[in-house]
Design a protein around this ligand. Sequence first.
Ligand SMILES: [Zn+2]
Length: 498
Amino acid sequence: MIGDFEIKEEDLAGRIGKLETKHGKLETPVFFPVIHPIRVDIDIETLKKIGFNNFITNAYLLYKYKNNINNIHTEFNFDGVIMTDSGAYQILQYGDIEADNNSIIKFENHINPDIGVILDVPTGDTDDRQEAETSVEETIKRAKEAYKEVNDNIIWTYPIQGGKYLDLIERSASIHFQFKDKFKFVALGSPTVLLQDYDYKTVVAMIMSARKVLDRGYPLHLFGGGVPHMIPFAVALGVDSFDSASYILYARDNRYITRDRVLKLEEMDYFLCNCEVCSRYTPKDLLEMDEEERTRLLAIHNLYTIKSEINSTKQAIKEGRLFEYLQEKSRSHPALYSAFKEILMHHDILEMYDNGIKPTGKGIFLFDIDSVKRPEILRYQRNLDSYEPRSDQAVLICYNGLERPFLEDQTVRKYISSSLRESKDIFIIVPFFGVIPIYWSDSYPLAQFEMTEPIDDEVKRDMLQKLERFLSNKKYKKINVVNCDELHIESIGALSST
Ligand SMILES: [Zn+2]
């Protein structure tokens, strides 16, 4: 059925899904380039060649300037997925527009896009709470009003507003369940200004506020989320689709989008990509062209970059290494690192959605103190809490220099055979995990990890805290410490009491 959303792969709170539309199944995460309904910047054929079989255009501008059109797919001569925005962006720009919710919905019913949006009232980046509240309440009222008018041929979008007021976003999102039989797509509004200001941290908090009250079975769109830098972070929080005109707006301003920053063409000596534009021209060639052609070529490059970021994010989900991908991306800009830190604050929610054992069974990479917030590590800590001692005596062996798998290490084997005789619990002390019972050590991810060595002080402190917590919970009467000279673990209280 149109609007059905099937989740194929999951990692953190992100997923790869398939949305059923009139024009086939749309794989998410997906990016919708904004196509101006009148002015042609990039033609549809070029868009397809870059790999976009979908775009978003503006129903309000069509309504205003091309009122006589019938079917939107015929109008654009396109058989892919078309989403229409409603004019909310114009409200944000110009204050008010010459159309109301009902006439826009009627018009969309008539032109029949795959995905439609009601005429919501965007909160934007206002600092006025009253104004933000009004935009939320008015948008809810319009959703209610639209509920009776929308037809079933279109996947209708429920817009969430609230701006930076997180409680308002939560309220706005929590109302979706009342309308979900008719609004099978959900979209979070207005982060554009925040994204332009590099305030990724607030955007993370906004997405989190919406996602935690929304039903996971519905795709979530981020309006105007067009800078590729933020895409993997938003996806990790459960955003499934994006739209933006940034590729063309930046191009008009001679700006070249890379996967982690935006460069001025005038300041570039080399192109950093191998798309059809970058492999054929140099920055100097482009600067010597007439403006229209330069803008077109830069826009094409920008779209390739966005496409490539979407693909990398999907591949990371598929491999179960989205966390590591975020870790890597977060180092490209301090604002992204702040966003990453904000995501880590919500590690409990990520862990709730993360599906645990990865199908590929690939090892996890552990770098620094951020890695201890990985869902795999947090889940392991909880399992460890329920560990039942088999004896009142324990042997702790430090990880330094041990071979892996630990069960095959000579030192470990020596203690295994003696402990069988004497009935002792054997544990390996390992950074990030704290302690690992030897008989658990061949399960995922305890046997499949790579870590940075030597470990830094924060990771060491974390490991010792985990050890201390474990020992004070399990209350062994006698503890034998092996191979731990370099770690100086004798300061742990639970050890000296035995
Ligand atoms: Zn390129």
